[in-house]
Design a protein around this ligand. Structure first.
Ligand SMILES: [Cu+2]
Length: 70
């Protein structure tokens, strides 16, 4: 069972940002898929709650320059 979590990341401003966010979030354990949209500033992350850590995902995104929160 996976669940979808939506985060708001105001600093996503272009396709390059989208690609970076997808790459960074996808590299985290338990993350199944990532979608990032520069027009809505939303990141939709599909993850396995048994193995994924939302704080770790948020920390990795912040470190990459894209602080995100619910
Ligand atoms: Cu950008």
């Amino acid at each position: 069972m996976t669940e979808k979590i939506t985060l708001v990341a105001p600093d996503i401003s272009c396709g390059h940002c989208e690609a970076t966010v997808k790459q960074v979030a996808s590299a985290q354990p338990g993350v199944v898929s990532v979608n990032a949209d520069s027009s809505t500033k939303l990141i939709v992350i599909e993850l396995d709650p048994a193995t994924a850590s939302l704080p770790a995902i948020e920390a990795a995104l912040a470190e990459a320059g894209y602080p995100a929160s619910k």
